[in-house]
Design a protein around this ligand. Structure first.
Ligand SMILES: [Zn+2]
Length: 99
């Protein structure tokens, strides 16, 4: 049996390639609003960041997020993104393995 291929994405904070499920999607909706998209299903242009406040901060500070999403982040949105990512549960926070 073949191992399942893991989709990889680059974190715009640390610029490392990581499995998509370990990253969190940041989406710019068609109306220009920027928000976190933990489910990965929101419409719009997306960027990926580690589930880490440090990576999110770096992505904002180095303007990588703005570049990838082609949007200008206000200070308020930047703060919101950092607060939201800080409040996320850890990636393997006690959930049951499937199957
Ligand atoms: Zn990262």
């Amino acid at each position: 049996m073949k191992p399942k291929k893991t989709p990889m994405r680059m974190c715009v904070g640390c610029r490392e390639m990581k499995p998509k499920r370990e990253l969190i999607r940041v989406v710019r909706s068609p109306d220009g609003a920027v928000s976190l998209d933990p489910v990965g299903k929101k419409p719009g242009r997306g960027a990926y960041v580690c589930r880490s406040e440090a990576c999110m901060k770096r992505a904002i500070k180095q303007r990588q997020l703005e570049r990838v999403l082609e949007v200008q982040l206000t200070e308020e949105v930047s703060r919101q993104l950092q607060e939201t990512i800080a409040a996320l549960p850890p990636p393997d926070g006690g959930d049951q393995p499937l199957g």
